[in-house]
Write a protein that binds this ligand. Structure first.
Ligand SMILES: [Ca+2]
Ligand SMILES: [Ca+2]
Length: 445
């Protein structure tokens, strides 16, 4: 329709521009008819166009209104923001209609209100605002035997009545521990009071909770202190076992240490393998001595002695060393009575003993191996000191013994001489001297 109308118009324009084309142009009537047709066409076309335009406007209006509605709906389709409860958590971020948000509380807190809330179509949350409330652990009265409960975050503690201990005051305090605690406390007060709460003699206890019951233990050498079950105090073993039935803890000296104790010994002693006793060091066997070649080393308790055996110098008689510990008289000239009455031999013996040996006790024995006379006599020689501590007795026909009759307090060196005489019809045949030197240590071990 548009095409034919355009052709008519082009034709009209050509005719008006070139009127000389006379023969080819249509007649006026034909032109008027054509113009009427074009008018009709244009009129119909206008009607159609207006109709289309109206439809288009309608559609745009519909789109406009629907777009406006859409925008409004987007702005108003979420529920108001929800806060996370203090001491708790919120799970779920979407606040759109139909979505759920969940709430959890930290350990030790309980949730009051709704655990889950849904954003409803009305754009309001279902349920009630949740709160995390501190759980009262004392509500179940967990402290036994008159203990007072103290509620803390996620736990409780018990302040026990006297005589009870443990996390829930479930254990009676043994008398033994009360004694030890008192001793420890006394010691701590006397020596380490300023550091009593932080020093090495005080440690925290190790507590573990099993099925709601807390058990506290201490490291070895420590005990739960009297104040609370969370503090361990060092056991003063030295004080505790000072006069125990099983004897002293240390043979010599005891030093209390954090979590233990240590025994020490005086100079000349080593601590034994069990850590409690003292054993003498044998300086003579271990060459820890400074004795010269012409001296003999005698091991003593707590030390050693360098001794030199020199044969005695007596008028009318001479002696020769026949062994390291023995001197024998050289043969006497004929009819030299003074010489023949001098002792036939001198024997030397050294004893090492501890202080305060119980008495009486046998210290040494002297025997005649091949007696030649009919009588043997044993006697004690020496000064007042020797007689105060010793005596000589016959133990059988051929043997005499040196007896200690009273305890000796060391350190001391005692000397005693035992004389054995052989007689034949009351005539002296020989004299044999045994010199005993006794080294007494200052300690009773
Ligand atoms: Ca200790
Ligand atoms: Ca020694």
């Amino acid at each position: 329709m548009f095409a034919s109308a355009e052709n008519v118009l082009i034709l009209l324009c050509l005719c008006s521009l070139h009127p000389t084309f006379g023969q080819d142009c249509p007649s006026r009537q034909e032109l008027q008819g054509s113009l009427k047709q074009v008018q009709k066409l244009l009129s119909a076309h206008e009607t159609t166009c207006l109709q289309s335009l109206r439809n288009l406007k309608k559609k745009i209006n519909v789109l406009h209104s629907s777009a406006g509605k859409q925008t409004t709906k987007t702005i108003n389709s979420t529920c108001p923001k929800l806060d996370t409860p203090s001491n708790g958590r919120k799970l779920g971020k979407s606040h759109s209609a139909g979505h759920e948000v969940h709430f959890l509380c930290d350990p030790g807190f309980e949730l009051v209100g709704s655990e889950s809330r849904v954003c409803q179509d009305s754009l309001t949350w279902s349920g009630q605002s949740p709160v995390c409330r501190d759980i009262n652990e004392c509500a179940s009265s967990p402290c036994l035997n008159g203990g007072a409960c103290v509620d803390e975050v996620n736990q409780f503690s018990c302040v026990c009545a006297k005589g009870w201990a443990g996390a829930t005051c479930q254990s009676p305090v043994p008398t033994f521990f009360i004694t030890m605690t008192n001793i420890s406390a006394t010691t701590a007060a006397a020596t380490t009071l300023p550091a009593a709460t932080t020093g090495p003699f005080v440690r925290p206890s190790r507590c573990s909770t099993v099925q709601g019951t807390t058990h506290c233990t201490c490291e070895p050498g420590y005990t739960i202190s009297g104040r609370d079950s969370y503090t361990c105090t060092d056991i003063d073993e030295c004080e505790l076992f000072h006069n125990g039935q099983a004897g002293r803890l240390c043979l010599h000296a005891c030093a209390n240490t954090p979590g233990g104790y240590r025994c020490s010994c005086p100079a000349g002693y080593n601590v034994t393998r069990d850590g409690r006793s003292c054993k003498d060091i044998d300086e003579c066997a271990t060459r820890q001595n400074n004795c010269t070649k012409d001296h003999m080393c005698i091991n003593t308790y707590g030390g050693f002695q360098c001794v030199r055996v020199d044969c005695p110098k007596i008028p009318h008689a001479t002696y020769v060393k026949t062994s390291p510990m023995r001197c024998e008289r050289n043969p006497c000239p004929v009819d030299n009575k003074a010489c023949s009455q001098a002792p036939n031999s001198f024997s030397y013996h050294y004893l090492a003993v501890v202080s305060n040996l119980s008495a009486p006790r046998v210290m040494f024995r002297v025997s005649a191996l091949r007696p030649i006379g009919d009588t043997l006599r044993f006697s004690l020689l020496g000064g007042r000191q020797a007689r105060r501590h010793f005596t000589v007795q016959r133990s059988d026909r051929l043997t005499g013994q040196l007896m200690l009759v009273s305890p000796v307090q060391g350190p001391a060196t005692l000397e005693a001489e035992v004389e054995m005489s052989e007689l034949e019809r009351r005539v002296q045949l020989g004299r044999y001297i045994t010199k005993v030197t006794m080294f007494v240590s200052p300690y009773e071990f």
